[in-house]
Design a protein around this ligand. Structure first.
Ligand code: M6R
Length: 618
């Protein structure tokens, strides 16, 4: 939610900042703006700013028509609107009354109304409807030559979640940032330094990053970086090397990031499996600050996540309960802490998040830890807040996921969930070593199987194009096919803006079957006939029931499943897999289907309306 970039060095700051914003536009695209420090003829310095509602291209056009004066220190912002609509006026940066300080912000300042009133009482004129503008005015008031100190003073007054980045005309060569519950990373270059919401913004310049902790203020100069807490005490930070390069964050010849990310899935799955099995045949996790005794003592697993990550969790439940016999609950993170869940030190909470910054998930994990539960994070973003605040971490190796609609992150989350389930089975002794190895071998086949699905997607694309005018699409599944159906529906909603619902196939007769009318497309995820055949038989009956009522049936079924064929108006074949692993292949056609249908409707696939990639507000 909102992307922030800042640069201090010797290059033209605007080029670096706008390039960074381009890479962060997935975080929000309601408006974009920049500010640069620039020398005045009288020897003093000034700030020049430009901002525009709408996508970054609007700002780029404005800058091309009326370039800002040159400068080597600048900040930029791409916005996902919270307070105040997506207008030029509400776009960041925001300035104080004298135009001497410029601020960009990600998050929500919860006490902004009270601060606004206070500032108005002291004669300030607040021009926008944003919560951010109060920070510019407060910084302008307390600044006495040291912007970092002013930032510390102001941050102590703020409530809520925020990343703030500011420049002051009276302190040239300096950018200051602060963070609480919202992401901010430092990029360390040679004679230049960067700040950004995500390393993707500066990866073309440096792969050396510094992770900032909660409630820290960073002062950035061309030749150095210093970090303190909000009280001014020097802070300890973690430096790390980013293990992917700029090309990973480019479209690489694809029309959309989503298409590229769908195609990258075989590699992402293989990378996530890499290095997990030691020479002794034992599974290893990345950062396990939990000992085996803790894991053996676990009496309940609770999975918290949002959106697509929640669907990965819903699938994980089946594997965890089946392989470990430990009860497992799955809950959308935004609901979790409000129902006063029953948690204690024998509860293992698994928080799944691609970005590692999703506020709902972060708040759920904090609540769980407060209640004494242990938290294991499954995350794709090294150094992000969720893994940092967890007791153990298993990183997925999907590489940067830029398209708002999650694809490769989902498949790697599934792999990570299977690994965690097997790990629990290993330490608790509910699975023999050879049984674990057999599942690992099956998982190792997954990249090839996903590749095979990707090779056969042309009929799915054709079908999607033919359904561009459909009013609604339903998705049905049973067992692990049910969360797959939910994921198929979510993809279609977010990309094609269509009414799409996923149902447990057995629930249909309890109400939703009334929705079936002549020609309604219904996608059915058929379980393997080689698994629990009763499950397969039931789904075949469900397909017949909806077809009898006029549905146009689109059936995803494994190769060799001939029982479904007579009732499928469209048959999408997937390779035969063990029942629990089927989501790894069954989800892929649904991703392709949604992407193609959205394209046929002329929608922006990578940046669907109203959405942002990383949701850092509750
Ligand atoms: O970064 P996270 O995995 O925590 O994000 C969770 C959801 O916001 C995310 O999966 C969202 O549902 C996707 N846009 C769906 O494609």
């Amino acid at each position: 939610m909102c992307g922030i970039v800042a640069y201090v060095g010797s290059q033209g700051a605007m080029d670096v900042v706008v390039e960074g914003l381009r890479r962060l536009e997935y975080r929000g695209y309601d408006s974009a703006g920049v500010a640069v420090q620039t020398p005045r003829p009288d020897g003093r310095w000034a700030l020049a700013t430009e901002k525009r509602a709408g996508k970054l291209v609007n700002l780029e056009k404005a800058l091309a028509e009326r370039p800002l004066p040159a400068g080597t220190v600048g900040i930029g912002h791409t916005r996902w609107a919270t307070h105040g609509g997506p207008t030029d006026l509400n776009a960041h940066p925001h300035l104080d009354d004298h135009g001497r300080v410029a601020v960009v912000h990600n998050g929500i300042i919860e006490n902004f109304a009270e601060l606004r009133e206070e500032l108005a009482g002291r004669g300030h004129t607040l021009r926008s409807e944003t919560d951010t503008e109060v920070v510019a005015h407060l910084l302008g008031e307390v600044f006495a030559g040291d912007l970092a100190e002013a930032m510390r003073v102001v941050c102590r007054r703020l409530e809520g979640a925020f990343t703030l980045v500011a420049v002051h005309a009276d302190q040239p060569g300096v950018v200051v940032g602060a963070r609480r519950n919202s992401p901010l990373v430092v990029g360390r270059g040679v004679g230049e330094n960067f700040l950004a919401s995500d390393v993707a913004a500066f990866i073309a310049f440096t792969r050396e990053a510094v992770e900032l902790g909660q409630d820290q203020v960073v002062e950035l100069r061309a030749d150095g970086v210093s970090v303190t807490d909000f009280e001014g005490r020097p802070a300890v930070v973690r430096e790390y090397h980013v293990d992917w390069d700029a090309s990973a964050a480019e479209k690489g010849g694809y029309d959309y990031f989503m298409l590229k990310e769908i195609a990258e899935q075989p590699k992402a799955v293989a990378d996530t499996l890499l290095g997990r099995i030691g020479a002794d045949g034992q599974l290893t996790l990345d950062e396990l600050r939990l000992d085996d005794a803790d894991l053996r003592a676990v009496e309940k697993v609770v999975i918290v996540a949002c959106g697509t990550a929640y669907h990965a969790g819903a699938i994980a439940k089946y594997a965890i309960e089946h392989w470990t016999r430990v009860p497992c609950e799955v809950e959308v993170a935004s609901e979790f802490r409000y129902r006063d869940p029953i948690l204690d030190e024998r509860t293992l909470v698994i928080a799944i998040s691609q970005s590692g910054e999703t506020m709902d998930t972060l708040m759920a994990l904090r609540h769980a830890r407060e209640q004494g539960a242990k938290v294991l994070a499954i995350c794709n973003t090294n150094g992000s807040t969720i893994p940092r605040e967890s007791d153990a971490v298993l990183y997925t190796h999907a590489g940067p996921e830029v398209a708002v609609a999650s694809t490769k992150a989902f498949l790697t989350q599934l792999v990570a969930c299977y690994l965690v389930a097997l790990y629990l089975g290993q330490v608790r002794g509910t699975k023999w070593g050879d049984e674990i190895l057999a599942v690992i071998e099956e998982l190792r086949d997954a990249p090839k199987q996903v590749e095979q699905v990707l090779r056969t997607m042309e009929p799915v694309r054709e079908l999607a194009r033919s359904l561009a005018d459909a009013r609604a699409v339903l998705f049905l599944g049973r067992h692990v096919g049910y969360p797959v159906a939910l994921e198929g529906a979510l993809k279609l909603k977010e990309l094609a803006y269509m009414h799409a619902e996923g149902f447990a196939a057995g629930e249909l007769k309890h109400g939703p079957i009334a929705l079936i009318e002549e020609g309604l497309p219904v996608v059915v995820v058929a379980p393997s006939p080689r698994g629990r055949s009763v499950l397969h038989d039931k789904v075949v009956s469900n397909i017949q029931e909806i077809r009898a009522r006029g549905a146009r049936t689109i059936v995803i079924a494994e190769e060799g499943d001939e029982a479904v064929a007579p009732y499928a108006d469209h048959l999408i074949r997937i390779p035969a897999t063990p029942v629990l692993l089927q989501p790894l292949v069954a989800t892929v056609p649904l991703q392709v289907f949604a992407c193609e249908l959205a394209t046929a409707k002329g929608h922006e696939v990578d940046q669907p309306r109203n959405l942002a990639k990383s949701v850092t507000v509750e």
